[in-house]
Ligand binder design. Sequence first.
Ligand code: SF4
Length: 408
Amino acid sequence: MDRSETVFQDIVDGGGETAKLYRMGGIYVHVPFCLKKCPYCDFYSITDLSLRNAYMSALEKEIALTGQVPLEFDTLYMGGGTPSVLETRQVVRIIEAFMKNFNMRKGSEITIEVNPGTVSLQDFQDFRRAGVNRINIGIQSFQEKNLKFLGRIHSAAEAEKAVENARIAGFDNIGLDLMYGLPGQNADEWKKDLQRAVSHSPRHLSCYMLSYETGTIMDHDRQKGIFRPLPDPAVGKLFKITVAFLQDNGIVQYEISNYSDSPETRSRHNRKYWHFAPYLGFGPGAHSFVDKKRFWNHRDIHTYLSLLNQNRRPMAGQEMLNRNQQMTETIYLGLRTTGGIDIPCFEDRFRIGFAEIFGELIEDFKNRRFLKVDLERCRLTLRGMLMLDSIAGMFVENIPNLAKPEPN
Ligand code: SF4
């Protein structure tokens, strides 16, 4: 038997352990197609749309090969890539396949990411009829100049139209993605995008800092000096403006890049990643996490298609997270959220005193106004969020390498 095929057997055999960890699961579907590659993007996607039919057959086979999973699911997230480059009947097929093969709870959050250059009113209406109840629109900016720099396929007018069409089709739970920290961007320019976004009354906003990922065209151009990145202090200022501006408009930060107009409209699916709920990923490069085990698919679509053609699951690797890896993730993921690290939960899980291992570090970060800590929570201030990676890294350096019993 292919080693990848043992994963679900382990879950089934997990018995009491599985029961203890039982929580609602999430499903992620990676749709690896885009009309054009954006120069800043390092997500896996290809522009050869002729592979869409083969992808659909392979995805349906992957779902069937996954078989019975002893979990109940309450989210389905279609991301990418650009899921909206699929034909709507294909999106409908994906939803139906999961409804049929998995124990999807009534009222599940079903999200699709769309690119404004690829959706019509009819598409939104079809998505809604198919059961999609949450739309995430990759706007990035409402300004032509920025869209051009980011290499987006859509215009500012199409961005506006997409939000209006989603609304006309009857969607209430609409989320918008924006990007800031572009070269030369000042506070007034960024506020114009925020203002345009808020004028559409979205329930959710994701505001991402532009980052220069290794291997992307944009990173290459930056290194060649084709443009000058916005200096870090200026980016930090835009971050703080974002939090304050949205808060003034009733949209509250709950994670470093995510904001919602109420606790109910926070992304149920993404919160699973931050809180160690189980999730299964389908499609090229998709990751899964169940029972402390992480496993992931081959990223290259040709390998993915070829394995499924041979009726083999497309898994590229798996690992069992040890105690230190689990602690590391708890710290990184906890510090990303405004709720921070839940200290009693951490102590219960790892059977160690939080202050006992991190006491000195906490005092230092508190004094430097990077952290707020009480008996229940350890959270980053806004100033601290700008240093997330280095602060989390220093916490991780302090994790003792003791042979302890496996966490609960
Ligand atoms: S549309 Fe999205 S996934 Fe596709 S290349 Fe652009 S940023 Fe990446």
